[in-house]
Write a new protein. Structure first.
Length: 202
C-alpha cells in the first residue's frame, strides 16, 4: 500500500501515523529506536504490505499488466489504490480526508527530529506540495508513478508504461479494490490487536 492508505489505517493516533510512514524508511530492526507505539506501527506497516502482496485480488490485478510491465504492476497498484481510497473516502471514514492529512502534517513536523535522514529530507515537500491530497485525480497517480520510476536505475519506462495497463483496466481494478480494502482494514485491526497483546506484560 502507498502513503495515504497506510496513514488512514493508522489514523487512531499521531504516533501511529508516524510509525506507519516510517515503515518505508526505518531500518530492518527498530527495537529501542522509537516509542513502543511507533515501533508497533512500523511492524504493522510491513505486515500490511505482505498481506497486500499476497491477497488474491491484488495478485489478480497484477496479472492485468502486460509482459515485462507486470514486474512493476504492484508498485503502480499501490499508488492507484490511494486514488481509489480517495474516491471512496466517505465510505470508509467519517473524518474528512483534508482533516486527517492536516493532522498527519502536524505530526510530521512535531516528530521531525526522530525521522530517518531520507524521510526528513522529503518531509517538507510532502507537506508543502500536499502529496497525500494529490491522488484525487488520475493525473496525481501518473505524477507519483513517474516520480518513483525516475529513482530506478533501469527500466523506469516499463513502470511508466504500466499506466497504460492501469487506464485500460480501471473498472476491473476498482471493483477488485472494493473487495480487497475491507479485508485489509480487518486484517490491520486484528494484527494490531495481536501485537498489542504480545507486548503486554504477563
Amino acid at each position: 500500500m502507498n502513503y495515504l492508505a497506510h496513514i488512514f489505517l493508522a489514523r487512531q493516533s499521531d504516533a501511529a501515523m508516524i510509525g506507519a510512514m516510517l515503515g518505508d524508511f526505518a531500518k530492518a530492526s527498530v527495537d529501542g529506536l522509537y516509542t513502543q507505539e511507533i515501533e508497533r506501527e512500523i511492524m504493522l506497516h510491513r505486515y500490511i504490505d505482505s498481506y497486500t502482496d499476497s491477497h488474491p485480488v491484488v495478485k489478480s490485478a497484477v496479472q492485468l499488466f502486460a509482459g515485462p510491465r507486470r514486474r512493476y504492476g504492484g508498485i503502480v497498484l499501490d499508488v492507484f489504490y490511494d486514488h481509489l481510497l480517495t474516491q471512496r473516502w466517505d465510505h470508509y471514514s467519517e473524518l474528512p480526508r483534508h482533516e486527517l492529512i492536516a493532522r498527519f502534517h502536524r505530526a510530521l513536523r512535531e516528530h521531525m527530529d526522530i525521522l530517518p535522514d531520507k524521510l526528513r529530507a522529503i518531509a517538507p515537500r510532502i507537506i508543502e506540495q500536499n502529496w497525500l491530497a494529490g491522488y484525487e485525480e488520475l493525473a496525481g497517480v501518473e505524477l507519483a508513478v513517474t516520480r518513483i520510476s525516475q529513482r530506478l536505475s533501469r527500466n523506469g519506462h516499463l513502470m511508466r508504461e504500466g499506466l497504460d495497463d492501469l487506464r485500460a483496466n480501471y473498472a476491473a481494478i476498482a471493483a477488485g479494490f472494493d473487495a480487497f480494502f475491507p479485508d485489509l482494514m480487518r486484517f490491520a485491526e486484528q494484527r494490531r490487536s495481536e501485537l498489542i497483546q504480545l507486548a503486554m506484560p504477563r
